[in-house]
Write a protein that binds this ligand. Sequence first.
Ligand SMILES: [Zn+2]
Length: 130
Amino acid sequence: MTIMDVPPVLNPAAAHNDSLRDLLHGLYLDVCAAHEVALADADATGRAGADRAGEDEVDAGSRAAAHEEQLTLVATLYARRDQLEHALERLNRGEYGRCEHCDRQIPAERLEVYPTATSCVRCKTAFERR
Ligand SMILES: [Zn+2]
């Protein structure tokens, strides 16, 4: 068998990166869409609050509570979008999957559960104890 007989194989690392990019990008688009909806909802509730004609105190109270919940959701989705953007940038730079603190490889099992993880469990735990 010569080198010519070896069938061309896909670089498994490159193929892995492509499916990762698809996964992260898919998540990113989902979060962007959810963020826009949440923002529009919060906006509508906020505007309803500015025009309080015919609204009693109970209505005003539950509207304020709903608005607060919507704003929390907006903030959560915004942070999530940021994380996904960051993960995609790191993937483009070839840094994806490495701990930002100790530069060790983050275990694949952790990345499967938290695709946007930027630190290994050890560094993350150390961080949280501070
Ligand atoms: Zn680490």
